[in-house]
Design a protein around this ligand. Structure first.
Ligand code: ZN
Length: 441
């Protein structure tokens, strides 16, 4: 057994070199020995598998050392001591120009390669702490992975947005008497449009609370959101007022401290009346005292988050529709109550106003409203990213300027045009000024 090369951060003896050293040791002249060794290697090169690359990949908890072989490899890892992981691989040699990555301040302090016999490659990892390791196979090639992070790498999950269309079924919500436009109808259309757009954003997934013209108790909406594992709750509504003069949208978040203004209080009372309207639908006692105590602890923090999310959505909504008053407020909405997740209620306009009603009845305006709500939600998750989601790592965006091309943006952002198109669900190369593009990682 030949000694291991200590601290082999450079290239490793190739089989040819190893054999040359062996032959010269037997008294064969060096030039001849080299030729013989090369010939021997030529013969065996078909049978041996080569360690092609050693790479440091991923970041943080996902960082790992990947050893890539050009064929299938069998070998068990052993730990001769607490701080040493060892692989003996028969029929494997290291590549001619193999480079080892620098491993400063990693859980693997050093990696060494050497030979323990004619055809056995020994790989040693000197450990600063215990690591997880595994073999992976793809297309007949093996790779050996040493996970360097503290935690096992996690699959990124989607952020679930519960999209609730207010009212429904026997509860029409607000009504425009002249045009017979029902709140329950237009808000379902906006909610569906929003859900569709959410699903197009990588890392987001929509969950529709109401899927048609169904009567849905407020507490059922909350239970559905909870069951779906929602991370965010948005309820879409349209306002109404007697005179027909009031116009504009607003975004509310929940407050247990009472409504921030009288109008918000009145609005909350009206939206909450859905409970009474659906009084004949049996309701299970969902929040017993214990659950109530537990949820209250987390609800307060989420109310603040809800208020921030409401402001972010309003910022985008403002570009699309007229805003009523200050545009945000907090009120004690039933539909938002008891959520342990940030929850907002969007009033998309006054259905009692003829101009607002026309807007709400327009397909184009509903699209723009849905997009504005989505933009606000995306802003929110960029600001408050959730762990183990795509928003965990800082998501970058680019706002398209006049004269921009997809290929130009891709070049500047250091990504491929294909990746840019995939991240933004673009079928064609056409982009327009002001469009927000997700920059893939
Ligand atoms: Zn409503």
């Amino acid at each position: 057994m030949s000694p291991l090369r200590a601290g082999a951060l450079c290239s490793v003896p190739t089989p040819a070199l190893a054999m040359m050293l062996l032959l010269t040791g037997l008294g064969v002249p060096p030039s001849q020995a080299q030729g013989a060794a090369e010939a021997a290697v030529q013969e065996t090169v078909q049978e041996t598998v080569q360690l092609d690359k050693v790479r440091l990949r991923g970041r943080g908890n996902n960082s790992r050392l990947e050893l890539q072989f050009d064929g299938a490899v069998w070998g068990d890892a052993s730990m001769p001591s607490q701080d040493r992981l060892q692989l003996d691989l028969v029929g494997v040699r290291s590549g001619e120009n193999l480079k080892l990555p620098k491993l400063r301040d990693r859980s693997v302090r050093e990696m060494r390669l050497g030979r323990t016999g004619e055809d056995t490659l020994r790989i040693e990892f000197l450990l600063a702490r215990t690591v997880r390791h595994e073999w992976r196979e793809k297309d007949g090639r093996s790779s050996f992975i040493v996970h360097l992070g503290d935690k096992a790498p996690v699959e990124l999950r989607d952020i679930v947005i519960a999209v609730d269309a207010g009212h429904g079924g026997r509860d029409p919500g607000a009504i425009n008497r002249r045009s017979k436009l029902y709140e329950k109808t237009v808000v379902l259309k906006i909610a569906d449009e929003l859900a569709k757009r959410i699903d197009k954003v990588k890392g987001l997934k929509a969950f529709r609370i109401r899927r048609g013209d169904e009567s849905l108790h407020l507490s059922t909406r909350k239970v559905r959101a909870r069951t779906a594992g929602a991370d965010f709750f948005v309820s879409i509504h349209a306002d109404a007022e007697e005179s027909g003069r009031a116009r504009g949208g607003s975004v509310f978040s929940l407050s247990s401290r009472g409504a921030t203004n009288v109008a918000a209080g009145l609005l909350a009372r009206r939206e909450n009346q859905a409970d009474d309207l659906l009084g004949d639908i049996p309701v299970k006692a969902l929040d017993d005292d214990l659950v109530q105590v537990l949820t209250d602890l987390s609800v307060n923090a989420m109310q603040d988050r809800g208020a921030i999310a409401a402001r972010m959505v309003l910022k985008h909504l403002r570009k699309v529709i007229r805003i009523h008053g200050s545009g945000t407020g907090q009120a004690n909405f039933s539909v938002l109550r008891n959520h342990q997740i940030p929850s907002i209620l969007v009033e998309t306009g006054f259905i009692s106003n003829q101009r607002d009603a026309r807007n709400l009845n327009s397909w184009r305006m509903r699209q723009r409203i849905a997009q504005a709500v989505l933009d606000g939600i995306v802003d929110y998750f960029n600001r408050f990213p959730l762990p183990d989601t795509r928003f965990d790592q800082k998501q970058r965006y680019y706002k398209v300027r006049a004269g921009d091309t997809l290929s130009g943006i891709a070049r500047r952002e250091g990504v491929s045009v294909e990746a840019l198109k995939a991240a933004n669900n673009l079928k064609r190369d056409i982009i327009h000024k002001g469009q927000r593009l997700v920059i893939p990682k």
